[in-house]
Design a protein around this ligand. Structure first.
Ligand code: TTP
Ligand code: MN
Ligand code: MN
Ligand code: MN
Length: 383
C-alpha cells in the first residue's frame, strides 16, 4: 500500500493535543473494538480500563498508516497488555472474541439501546434494565415509569435524532440561527463548533457558540433567540401539521459563570455558560441537496438536535476551544496543562499555578501558545 510507513513517522506523543488527528481513521478495525470496550467499562463504572481504551483508540486514530502487525506498535504510547491482546486477536482472526461476547450480551445491548434515547443516561438505563425492561415498548407501557420532559422528547423524536445530521443540514441550521440572532442584535457573533468544525461530514447534533462583540450584551441573548424560534414558523399556516414553530424542544440553562473561580479539575462537569439543548424542526426546502432522511420518508421535514452556548466575549477563545472537541482532545489538553505545565484549563479560563495568575486569550492560538503547544487546527483535533 501507498503512504507513510511506521518507521517514517516521528515519536507519537501520549497527549492527543500533541498529535494531529484528521477524520481519516486508518485503524478503524481496532478503534471500533476499543470503543465497545470503553462503553462496557462505562456501563460498569470501571474508570481505569475505560480511560486506557479511550487513549489507545485515540493513538491509533492519529496514525497516517494502518497497523499490520503488533511489531508496528512497539513505539506507540498508551497501548497496554489488554489492548495489545485485543489487537492481536483482530490481527489474527479479523475479530476480537472478547468484543463479540460483549456485543452479543443482553445487558450491553439493552443499555446501549436505552442510552441511545436523548435524556437517558447510564444510571437510568441500568435502573430500567434491573426492572426487567428490555425494549422501548416495555418502557412506554410501564405505568410506574415517569419520563421527564427530555426523555419524552427523546422518544417522540427518536427516529430523527438517532439519525446522523449531515453537513448540509448543519449549514442550513446555521443560516436559520444566523438570521434569528442578527435580527436581535447586529453585533451578534455566531460560530459553528463541535464535530462539524472539525470537518466531520456527519454528527449526532449541531453545536454553536452565540454571543455579542459588546461584553454583557450576551446576557439575555439565548432567551431572545429561543423566543424568536418559538414564534418562527417554516411553513404557511395551512400546511403546518403542528401549531408550533420550529422549536420542538428546549432546555435552557442560565449562566452560573463566576469570573473569579479557578478552572475546574473535573472535565466531565459542565461549564457555567448560559446554554440550551434544543430540538429543531428542519424543512427539506431549507437544506441545499435536501434532508438526510430515509428513502420513502415523505414528511418533508426532520427533527435535529442543536446545542447553543453563550459565553461573554472575553471568554470566547476558551469556549471555542472547549466546544470544538473532540472530547478526548479536550481531556488531553487539560491533562497536558496540569501535568506538563502546572496550569489549569477549562472552557472558561487558563490559570498558571506557578505564577498564580490567569492567562488572557482572544484566540485559540493564544491558548496553545500559553501552553507551549504547536497550534493544532480544528480538523486535526479528531482525537
Ligand atoms: P458533542 O456535541 O457531544 O460532540 P461532537 O460535536 O464532538 O460530536 P457529535 O458529532 O457526535 O456531536 O460535544 C461537542 C463539544 O462540546 C465536546 O468537546 C464537549 C463540549 N461540551 C462542553 O464543553 N460542555 C457541555 O456542557 C457539552 C454538552 C459539551
Ligand atoms: Mn456535536
Ligand atoms: Mn457526541
Ligand atoms: Mn453537542
Amino acid at each position: 500500500p501507498e503512504g507513510p510507513t511506521p518507521t517514517a513517522v516521528a515519536t507519537v506523543s501520549q497527549y492527543a493535543c500533541q498529535r494531529r488527528t484528521t477524520t481519516e481513521n486508518n485503524n478503524k478495525i481496532f478503534t471500533d473494538a476499543f470503543e465497545v470496550l470503553v462503553e462496557i467499562y462505562e456501563f460498569n463504572e470501571i474508570e481505569g480500563p475505560c480511560l486506557a481504551f479511550r487513549r489507545a483508540a485515540s493513538v491509533l486514530k492519529s496514525l497516517p498508516w494502518a497497523v499490520q502487525c503488533l511489531g508496528d506498535t512497539h513505539n506507540l504510547p498508551c497501548l497496554g497488555e489488554h489492548t495489545k491482546a485485543i489487537m492481536e486477536e483482530i490481527l489474527q482472526y479479523g475479530r476480537s472474541f472478547e468484543v463479540e461476547k460483549i456485543l452479543s450480551d443482553e445487558r450491553y445491548q439493552t443499555l446501549k439501546l436505552f442510552t441511545s434515547v436523548f435524556g437517558v443516561g447510564p444510571k437510568t438505563a441500568e435502573k430500567w434494565y434491573r426492572r426487567g425492561l428490555r425494549s422501548f415498548s416495555e418502557i412506554l407501557a410501564d405505568r410506574s415509569i415517569r419520563l421527564n420532559r427530555m426523555q419524552q422528547s427523546g422518544f417522540q423524536h427518536y427516529g430523527d435524532i438517532s439519525r446522523a445530521v449531515s453537513k448540509a443540514e448543519a449549514l442550513a441550521l446555521r443560516n436559520i440561527i444566523d438570521e434569528a440572532v442578527h435580527a436581535i442584535t447586529p453585533d451578534a457573533v455566531l460560530a459553528l463548533t463541535g464535530g462539524f468544525r472539525r470537518g466531520k461530514e456527519f454528527g449526532h447534533d449541531v453545536d454553536f457558540i452565540v454571543t455579542t462583540t459588546e461584553m454583557g450584551k450576551e446576557e439575555g441573548l439565548l432567551p431572545r433567540i429561543i423566543d424568536k424560534l418559538t414564534k418562527e414558523v417554516s411553513l404557511p399556516l395551512m400546511e403546518r401539521d403542528w401549531e408550533k414553530g420550529i422549536l420542538l424542544y428546549c432546555d435552557y440553562q442560565a449562566s452560573t459563570f463566576d469570573i473569579s473561580k479557578l478552572p475546574s479539575r473535573r472535565f466531565e462537569a459542565m461549564d457555567h455558560f448560559a446554554k440550551c439543548f434544543l430540538i429543531l424542526r428542519l424543512e427539506d426546502s431549507q437544506v441545499g441537496g435536501g434532508l438526510h432522511i430515509a428513502e420513502g420518508d415523505i414528511r418533508g421535514w426532520r427533527a435535529v438536535r442543536v446545542d447553543l452556548v453563550s459565553p461573554p466575549m472575553d471568554r470566547y477563545a476558551f469556549a471555542l476551544l472547549g466546544w470544538s472537541g473532540s472530547r478526548q482532545f479536550e481531556r488531553d489538553l487539560r491533562r497536558f496543562a496540569r501535568m506538563e505545565r502546572h496550569m489549569l484549563l477549562d472552557n472558561h479560563a487558563l490559570y498558571d499555578k506557578t505564577k498564580k495568575e490567569f492567562l488572557a486569550a482572544t484566540t485559540e492560538k493564544d491558548i496553545f501558545a500559553h501552553l507551549g503547544l504547536e497550534y493544532i487546527e480544528p480538523w486535526q483535533r479528531n482525537a
